[in-house]
Design a protein around this ligand. Structure first.
Ligand code: ATP
Length: 211
């Protein structure tokens, strides 16, 4: 089984890295692919270039063999400058992994807006969706489309290559890239929120110094 973790990674931080590692262990994944977004359709444009976000990601996962960077959204953008729709990304991953279960991990905040994503129902044609939750998250209010796809046990995800929804509680560190950018712009110290190698890179290239 392959995990997919999309994001802007502007910059990557321990909130992303810890959850990617944790879901890898919980679901026994062969690998987790971190997929940096080139042109996010649902939010403001990233503060730094795609290439710099990619270099920070490379520094961050250097010694973590189970985490891989997948540049297909950046490559696609270089070809046609279209928005990075997740449905296109999953479709292209599916061409590579014909029968393997693909697990798309999203935060519970992202799940709230899932029905606004481009062709969102079709995401389930290509992957399972796992919503990473905090303790106390309420799944009662799901509509029928989601209820019909709900996996009662996470083991069910191994039985089909796509099509299920599940909720998994994980340790969520209260870290966001927005908070890190603000800390740096205020000339405060972002230490222990993201890897030292990434902090060094940010300093070297004077990133996020103004808002
Ligand atoms: P920003 O503050 O710029 O919006 P972010 O820190 O939320 O960025 P993204 O790159 O937008 O990071 O997020 C990518 C994915 O990582 C999303 O699915 C998001 O829910 C998840 N994520 C972000 N922060 C955390 C965290 N602290 N713990 C677990 N997952 C996280």
């Amino acid at each position: 089984m392959i995990g997919i973790f999309g994001g802007t990674f502007d910059p990557v931080h321990y909130g992303h890295l810890r959850s990617a590692l944790e879901v890898k262990d919980i679901f026994g994944l062969d690998e987790v692919r971190l997929i940096p977004c080139a042109n996010p359709p649902h939010r403001e444009q990233p503060a730094v270039t795609a290439n710099m976000r990619l270099q920070m990601l490379e520094l961050a996962i250097k010694n973590q063999p189970g985490l891989k960077i997948d540049t297909r959204e950046l490559d696609r953008y270089n070809l046609d400058q279209t928005p990075s729709y997740m449905v296109d990304t999953l479709k292209s991953l599916r061409q590579e992994f014909k029968n393997e279960p693909l697990l798309l991990f999203i935060g519970s905040d992202a799940f709230k807006h899932l029905t606004g994503w481009h062709q969102w129902q079709r995401l389930f044609d290509y992957a399972h969706i796992v919503v990473m939750t905090r303790p106390g998250f309420n799944t009662q209010q799901l509509d029928d489309f989601f209820k019909a796809r709900l996996a009662v046990d996470t083991k069910e995800l191994a039985l089909a290559s796509a099509g299920n929804l599940c909720f998994q509680q994980i340790t969520q560190l209260d870290i966001s890239a927005t908070a890190i950018r603000n800390i740096i712009a205020r000339k405060q110290n972002p230490g222990f929120l993201l890897p030292d190698a990434v902090i060094e890179y940010i300093k070297q290239h004077q990133l996020y110094e103004t808002r």
